[in-house]
Design a protein around this ligand. Sequence first.
Ligand SMILES: [Zn+2]
Ligand SMILES: [Zn+2]
Length: 165
Amino acid sequence: MSAQRNGGCLCGSVRFVALGEPMRTLQCHCRFCQRMTGSTSYAESMYAVDAVEFSGEPMSRYSHRSESSSRQVHVHFCPKCGTTITLTFERWPEYRAISRGAFDDPNSVSISSHIWTSSAQTGVVLPAGTDCFEFARADLAGSPQAPARFDAPQMARTGASDPPP
Ligand SMILES: [Zn+2]
Ligand SMILES: [Zn+2]
């Protein structure tokens, strides 16, 4: 039995089927993801690049040079409604990210790590018992980084820039 998840964009013009379990599901708080979503963070499930089949409208693509790696990240989105469906990466051509929010059932995948918590916005709460990385899961040389794990939920950013309670 292999898992299969369906999803698509807001307007329904782009649909996909993701085959098998994602390798992991991350919530990313980097500035790239904040701007791309216009929100606090981007939740993404990582798959092998060919594990997802797309149908319907061909997606548009925007490529942006990552500030951290200076490699291209390709944002693939619905040309009609603008929903970001998937990311592909110059640095990791064998993988793709699928937007968690684009799944028909986003709760069928669970967030295993929060990454780039050093740039998380005020008001963001990091959950207990989940790997939290200040930056990426690995440095640019590929060495794994040690995550923090909290006993209780905690504010990602506490400091002078926080609004008063
Ligand atoms: Zn659409
Ligand atoms: Zn990010």
